[in-house]
Design a binder for this molecule. Sequence first.
Ligand code: XCC
Ligand code: SF4
Length: 655
Amino acid sequence: EAKQAPAKAPKLADPMEASIEASTQEMIRRAQRLQIETVFDRAVTMKPCAIGLQGICCKNCAMGPCRLPLPKDGIEGEDTRKGLCGATANTIAARNFARMIAAGAAAHSDHGRSVAETFLAVARKETNDYTIKDPAKLIQIAPYFGVATTVEVDGKTMDRDLDEIALGVAEAAMAEWGKTGSTLAYLKRAPQPLQDKWKEQGVLPRNIDREVVDIMHRTHMGVDQDFKNLMKQGTRCSLADGWGGAMIGTDLQDVMFGSPSPLQSEANLGIMKEDHVNIIVHGHEPLLSEMIVAACQSQEMIDYAKEKGAKGIQLGGICCTANEILQRHGVPPAGNYLQQELAIITGACEAMVVDVQCVFQNLANVAKCFHTKLITTHPMAKMEQENVVHIEFDEHYAMQDAKRIVKLAIDNFENRGADIMIPRHKMKQIAGFGVESIRYHLGGSFRGDYYTLNDNIINGRIRGIAGVVGCNNARTKHNEEHITIIKELIKNDVIVLTTGCSAITAGIHGLLTPESAAVHCGPGLAEVCETVGIPPVLHLGSCVDNSRILLAATEVVKAGGLGNDICDLPAAGSAPEWMSEKAIAIGQYFVASGVYTVFGYHMPVDGAPVFRDHLYKDMEKIYGGKWDCEPDPIKHAHKMIAHIDKKRKELGIDK
Ligand code: XCC
Ligand code: SF4
């Protein structure tokens, strides 16, 4: 007779194995007690496909999917693996990789496009809700777009009318997505030798949209079947992101919302308040969230919240929308990517307002267990679940839309259940850095003074510069790699620039304070940080703000004393817990800008060793930067430090 299998309890994540962060562990436990499934549980139940993981599954036509596993004992002699059409492992891995770049560049650049469209509305005076908050930034970028900032009147040079400059810049910026006959305007900002390299390689992006479309065409069945040529286009498209769509996005956001300057805030789930209306904004585009900040601060809304029995409104953020409003308004992040479900599981989230990118569809299932209103706002990003409210954001009625959303959250306050648990953990942080504030706080220039960055790198107090950026990934222990790597770098006198969820992580773990320098830094870096009063880890913003790292590196090169190009600098990049396709686009534009870039977890190239060598070795001969992968965080940091030391030696500044 048939044996009755005992009903199996679902596999659950071990909170201590899932994260190093206390409030995350607490909330995973709470979720399990309430029988609400989170990404951490799903990660133990569902394992990734080993072949896809290695980059060697092709589903670009209906004769596949063709899977090309590596033979168990490796490849001896010729690699004869091929798909039905004959596509090799290299072709398949390179096509997949290029498509990731295309998707990542599309995401950043489409965000940039929305910003540019809004700026055009500002320049045309079609909206009153947005203005020009940083005219200096507008005047600074205008020349790159060929827009004059002065006029000749009666033989005298006068400042040109700001509205005229704005209109010129807005129209020229919009054209970057589809122009013909030239290359992207911002490429001119890079060091000349780097521009020369790109030109020689034929990878100067023509316009932003075209480079994405080119990849989608080229990776269609039976087009480009040469991994080197595929990566040439991958590079071109990534440059259209970093030196194009993302950089324009950052700059025009600065023009409209103000360039960040250092400010104090807090980070982690503990920023939510039991007696306040808690609103969490999540996603990437700050167009709506800027207005939500203003709406939450308006007396009208504060009074309304009090009328409804709350003490006030607490706004917080998740992911890069959080970073955008942290940098400019000091609004505290409630958490990084892997904490999004947990913010709702507190039971104290009246509304979670999402725009685009990095938003879990499971938020809808979690929200169903509480009173939380989950509100989608972007025409591009809806959810099928019935409990999700869609309030489409229109930049022409921005403030009106924002108030409607805030009011909905306030009205929801009275629906809160009795079972609430907000973790107590939060940290103080200093955020809000940018190229301008790095210059300002380190001696007012990059070179020629006791305090300046270049001088301190040359004299060895600062060993080098690291960019540590990117996501969390439920396949690795939440926050562990970020924090271990950053601590190891600053212990070895490497100053860290951070963005994205890595920056939120650094904030949560207390590394974004000037005081942390004395605790965690080597003597040289500690001395610099203590003298000028900056943290050893500088928060440079969201993922589109990785463009700020490119520009900071360029300023360092141009200030002199450290070689002629970004690849000469004692610098390295890292994305320890990456998961997004955007991370691959960012990684490639850093590599193509001359940066040694190490990813954690894994890279989807291991199934195609020849293609992997192209990324890990050949790239350096072409662009001066190369890819690497190291899941062990201590080894990861030391690979970066070894590269920094090698560059110091080449510059003759090793002691
Ligand atoms: Fe998304 Fe930008 Fe990654 Fe965080 S770091 S998980 S991309 S929010 Ni960009
Ligand atoms: Fe297979 Fe080639 Fe089709 Fe890819 S394109 S699925 S390798 S037949």
